[in-house]
Design a protein around this ligand. Sequence first.
Ligand code: SF4
Ligand code: SF4
Length: 346
Amino acid sequence: MDCKLREQGFEQGSCHVFDFTTGREQTACESTLKYERGIPYRLIHAILLSRPEHYLSVYQSGCNLSCKKCHSWQFTQNAVGEWMSPQDIAKEVKRYMQEYEITFVRREHATSWHAHELCKSCGSCIMQGKRSKSCPRVLSVDKIELSPQGLGPARNIIAFTGGDLTCQPEYYVKSAKLIKQLNENVWVLLETNGYGLTPTNLDLFQQAGIDSFWLDIKAYDEEVHRKLTGVSNSRILKLPAEIKDRDFILEALSLYIPGWVETDQIGKIASELAAVDAEIPFTILAFFPAYKMGEVPSPDLWQMIDAYTAAKDAGLRKVKLGNVHLFVKTREEYETLEKIAGEESF
Ligand code: SF4
Ligand code: SF4
């Protein structure tokens, strides 16, 4: 398989995955993408209604980066799964729309970020028969569905997540077109590290009707980014403007990794986003030890509060903290977070 990034004049990704069929490392597109009679197939690890996003997630095997902290390395750094064509994805989407009572949201809310405004997945309305204190109280109980990851609504959004092969755009283009043929009000979201989002590929995604991106900006410092992921972030930091210019919906996230990506870098990432649009939703996620970074601890409460404050001071209006259970351990810490950042921030 020819590298589509090199064809466009860019550096290839750090995209080696282990392929059990050959017993060696190969590029992600060699091992997790194939063509049969002109039809692209991807190795798909799983497809399910995910929480807390409340949308159908397509978990892909194979990735164009090899992040030391990858939380999904079992299937992004190894070629594992079932070969599925865009037609197979469309069938899964059809099944999802029939199986669940779908909650339709507008295109501007085709994000992970807006999920918590509908439901916090506490399950209280179903299990206890009454709503919890934190329930947003906007959905009727008949919209709450059970999925393998818990209770909540099923929104009209299909997200490609897990690994990332946006450097090879055709699979996403064909899948999006088929999904839109099924129902033009189903939004297609790509969760991405941004490395495959060249101007040419962004144009193709726009023409195919892809609606939104959840951009994971892994570091502001170029050297840190290279050490974490194997590639430069110089193109990735310019993406928020390029994505918004093409009328996609955009949200961003960064992981707080003690000793690697802390408040100084998160504040600078937030400034870059705010310079494009202060309304871009930004989630700061707490790191937990994984893959090749098993020795690095999770951040503590005050590190996360500092990062939150820096992102707000940079001008962003929609900032949220994620993986709260990793840095809030006591009732006092919960109350401190609630008092400083407000309940809506987590
Ligand atoms: S996975 Fe992407 S970056 Fe790697 S060789 Fe294939 S097209 Fe190039
Ligand atoms: S970009 Fe995401 S899926 Fe790919 S290796 Fe990095 S963390 Fe894992």
